[in-house]
Each structure stands twice: as structure tokens, then as C-alpha cells.
Design a protein. Structure first.
Length: 81
């Protein structure tokens, strides 16, 4: 499943999973263009509490990744002998 993420739209993910991935991708890369139409689409598949949870989890992972990048901890080198 992880290997399919870069091309998730063409993968075997369910419609619901693809919608959640679109939400996460938009939140990470284009959060200011998440409009009412997209939320309407989300609400056809997810309840408001589920949408909130998707947002919170996505936000945590985005923040965690950005913190690791800022602290240059994405690929830590091995400590010397």
C-alpha cells in the first residue's frame, strides 16, 4: 500500500481511501484551496467527527515531518565510534 501512495488515484485503494488521501494531500500542499465543494464530497463519505479526525491526524504528521526537516533529523547519520 505504501508503494502505491505516489499514484494512489490509479491504485486499488477504495473510493473512501482515495478521498482521505486527497484530503491529506490538499491539506499538506494546497490547504487554502479546500473549498465547500470538496467538503461536500467529504461529507458524502465521512461524518463531521471523522473529517475532524482526518484533519487532526494529517496535521500531526505534517507537523512532525516539518519538525524533523527543520532539525535535520530526517536521515540522521550513525554516531562515530
Amino acid at each position: 500500500m505504501v508503494a502505491a501512495l505516489p499514484s494512489f488515484e490509479e491504485s486499488d485503494f477504495s473510493h473512501r481511501e482515495k478521498l482521505a488521501l486527497r484530503f491529506a494531500e490538499r491539506m499538506a500542499t494546497d490547504h487554502q484551496n479546500v473549498d465547500d465543494e470538496f467538503f461536500h464530497e467529504l461529507r458524502r463519505e465521512f461524518s463531521d467527527p471523522e473529517i475532524f479526525e482526518l484533519g487532526m491526524i494529517t496535521g500531526q504528521f505534517i507537523g512532525h515531518g516539518r519538525l524533523l526537516a527543520m532539525l535535520d533529523l530526517e536521515n540522521p547519520s550513525q554516531p562515530g565510534d
